[in-house]
Design a protein around this ligand. Sequence first.
Ligand code: GAR
Length: 192
Amino acid sequence: MKKRIAIFASGSGSNAQKIMEHFKRSSEAEVVLILTNNPQAYVLQRADNFEIPSHIFSRHEFYETDGIIRLLKNLQVDLIVLAGFLWLVPANLLKAFPNKIINLHPALLPKYGGKGMYGDHVHKAVLEAKEEESGITIHFVNEKFDEGEILHQSRFKIEPGDNLEMIKFKGQQLEHQHFPRVIESLLKKMKS
Ligand code: GAR
């Protein structure tokens, strides 16, 4: 049986798109559900384009009920992927899917992680610190923001004169290139 992936995303969903593309013709795994807290998120359109069901949830449902756990269990989800999802994952969800939730972060953790460190805030901090390199991190999710075990990092050089857009672009290229591949190799290692 194919491994089953659920993706949480709050915004554009360009990474969700790459993952859906990657597994569209795979015999190993498939994306079975897109979940979002944001009814305006463009990721919903992307899910529709791939004819993949989506679920919009509220803060109440996420933090105060078991509704999402039941939904994911009913769909027999093997791996939960956070791709631009900004809420802290609650303990009941972590417990229901131990070592089965991974996140993508747009910097080289442990630097530039933690609450409030997402999207452009991360790239701004990297620029202000005059770092010579940045990158991406894919890591397991635990009860703290951006602190779970690291699965993969890729890095790029920051050239003199690189602005926020340039850093963001270089990071995005790496994300799109590596995230689907890292998910695939993790799924291969996971026992069924
Ligand atoms: C990605 O760059 C991801 O690394 C970042 O959000 C972006 C989502 O882009 N995640 C975080 O900042 C999490 N702390 P996308 O919606 O186009 O995939």
